[in-house]
Design a protein. Structure first.
Ligand code: AHG
Ligand code: MN
Ligand code: MN
Length: 336
């Protein structure tokens, strides 16, 4: 069976659908190359002195792991010089990183979670890189945080790379979702799924159950009903998974369906949720919708939310459409 590479896919997109300006194509190729480099570091593990914590904290007050910093640097370095970007933003940087003057400025903005699932690095469980691409819509010469504060529906592309048993790159440019597996002998990304579709129904949910006592009633109701199984109102048994790497949980959902939730909870009542809107929820919501699933914060479509700051947090419910609609209904019923 002949398979196509990432480059071929991008060239075909450029020729046919008009989804692929040259700068966007370069951007995606550069991000994909950076992910290869991150994969090499991840795979070296203890041999590469990449495990454990660094001495620093990020803007969210989380202790940074060595790999959080390595992955961040790899992505910045790879993306600075190509002329496709105006600026970047990352979970691991307090403010935006403007492309230095010595390089030409491009028309795109790149956001990333360089290493998602940091708590899983040292225990050799799947982790990943998540990215989101926006266009700089203002014509002003300079670039500021304001330029980034666009709703997720304006993303030009989004994706993630999961460093697991296989290294897989999952991408959308607004024309469905495709998956590429890293062929290590060739060093190239080879398309292994051309049309990812999430089944509308599922018997699998993903949530951190240890927070149950802190949940809001609609989340509690939904999970209680799942747990009641075949003799409860859902009349079927459910299975639970929680990897604690959003990339890995979303990858499972894109592969065989399911619902993922990181809801608001009463541990930190003033925060909307744990996950970050612009570089975790938005790219995943774009992918999930492009694969036929749904993504809300309990009441609103995630992609419709206009962020008010770079590191804004949001509650997340995403995955199989009928389940996401059910959870959203439960929230709306309570609100109404
Ligand atoms: P990050 O490692 O980038 O900070 O993100 C971790 C996130 C997400 O990947 C995962 O779903 C969630 O945090 C796990 O949180 P808990 O440890 O609270 O379950
Ligand atoms: Mn993350
Ligand atoms: Mn991270």
């Amino acid at each position: 069976m002949s398979r196509i590479s990432l480059t071929q896919y991008l060239v075909e997109q450029q020729r046919s659908g008009g989804h692929m300006p040259a700068q966007l194509r370069l951007l995606i190729e550069v991000v994909a190359r950076a992910c290869k480099r991150i994969a090499i570091s991840v795979n070296k593990g203890a041999l590469g002195d990449v495990l454990g914590s660094a001495v620093s904290e990020n803007v969210q007050g989380e202790v940074q792991k060595k790999l959080d910093i390595i992955a961040n640097e790899v992505l910045i370095e790879a993306n600075e010089w190509g002329g496709h970007l105006a600026a970047m933003a990352s979970e691991e940087m307090d403010s935006i990183h403007v492309v230095p003057n010595r390089f030409p400025q491009g028309e795109y903005l790149l956001l990333f979670d360089p290493l998602d699932g940091s708590s899983n690095i040292d225990v050799n469980v799947s982790i990943g890189t998540i990215f989101s691409v926006l266009r700089k819509v203002t014509n002003t010469r300079g670039v500021s945080e304001e330029d980034f504060l666009q709703p997720g529906k304006q993303q030009a592309a989004a994706g993630y790379c999961v460093y697991g048993p296989q290294t897989t790159l999952v991408l959308t440019v607004g024309d469905g979702v495709v998956m590429f597996t890293l062929d290590r002998e060739m060093g190239s990304w080879v398309m292994t799924e051309s049309e990812v579709k999430i089944p509308a129904d599922t018997k699998e949910f993903a949530i951190n159950m240890s927070n149950m006592r802190h949940w809001a009633p609609p989340v509690r109701r939904y999970i209680d009903e799942c747990l009641a199984g075949s003799t409860g109102p859902r009349e079927k048994d459910f299975n639970m998974r929680w990897v604690a790497s959003m990339v890995a949980d979303v990858h499972r959902i894109l592969t065989r369906g399911g619902v993922f939730m990181y809801p608001w909870d009463a541990r930190e009542p003033n925060k909307a949720g744990k996950l970050r809107l612009m570089y975790e929820a938005n790219p995943m919501a774009f992918l999930v919708e492009q694969a036929g699933g749904g993504a809300t914060d309990g009441t609103r479509r995630i992609l419709d939310i206009t962020p008010s700051k770079l590191h804004e947090r949001v509650a997340v419910v995403l995955g199989s459409k009928n389940e996401v609609e059910r959870v959203t209904q439960y929230h709306l019923q309570q609100a109404g």
